[in-house]
Design a protein around this ligand. Structure first.
Ligand code: TYD
Length: 210
């Protein structure tokens, strides 16, 4: 029988370039926490609400011709929806909330990738999140060759960006991890799936006192 633990609300985000393997890891984390008798909810960004999923379709559609600032604002708009409608209520109810991407993705993709002003980008995060900051963030770091080989053939609008773009995005995530060591943990995602999860679990177990 899984042991009942004292539940504290906790907001954990999963970050990294496309093909880093974060979606597999968030699922493993969800199952691990549930098996430990914890209340846990899982969301993805952009998405997880009706409006945010519509915004996601616009953003990922290869036929969309979107200017960089509009792209930035659409990601933040989708974030505002999910934050107000899903994440904040779930945290208030004492859930552990897992989110596949959050504002660090915008810093990395729109800030570093699109070369938009980082301070301006970060000021928008505050508006979109009402100041909510993840308690713990995992950055799954992997080289571009491995990441590209893991992705499906049918690339969406963002996945169709150049190698140089993804190099900047990866460097952006690493910079975020360097600057915010307490919150953001870099995990070597070139390792086998189970080893990546072992590394993640060490941080998780420590943070949750499991
Ligand atoms: P994701 O759901 O990880 O893609 P997939 O379903 O293909 O695994 O994310 C969608 C894409 O949006 C991804 O290429 C990263 C990009 N993105 C940004 O550029 N900025 C953001 O703020 C977010 C959340 C995602």
């Amino acid at each position: 029988m899984p042991q009942k633990k004292k539940q504290e609300p906790l907001f954990i985000t999963f970050e990294g370039i496309d093909g880093c393997g974060k979606s597999t890891q968030i699922l493993k984390t969800y199952q691990f926490l549930q098996a430990n008798g914890l209340k846990v909810k899982m969301f993805r960004e952009p998405g997880s609400t009706e409006i945010s999923e519509k915004i996601r379709n616009i953003l990922l559609d290869k036929k969309s011709d979107i200017s960089d600032i509009t792209e930035l604002l659409l990601y933040e708009a989708a974030r505002s929806e999910i934050t107000i409608k899903e994440i904040q209520p779930a945290l208030k109810q004492g859930h552990i909330v897992l989110c596949d991407r959050y504002y660090d993705s915008t810093t990395a993709y729109q800030g570093y990738g699109r070369k938009l002003d980082i301070r301006m980008v970060k000021s928008l995060h505050k508006v979109a999140t009402s100041g909510l900051v993840p308690d713990l963030t995992f950055v799954f770091d992997v080289g571009l060759d491995i990441a590209f080989s893991r992705r499906g053939k049918d690339k969406d609008r963002l996945e169709s960006q150049s190698k140089a773009f993804f190099q900047r995005v990866r460097a952006g995530f690493l910079e975020i991890a360097r600057k915010e060591r307490r919150r953001v943990k870099r995990i070597d995602a070139a390792q086998p799936v189970d080893k990546v999860f072992e590394d993640l679990k060490q941080y998780l177990v420590k943070r949750l006192s499991l």
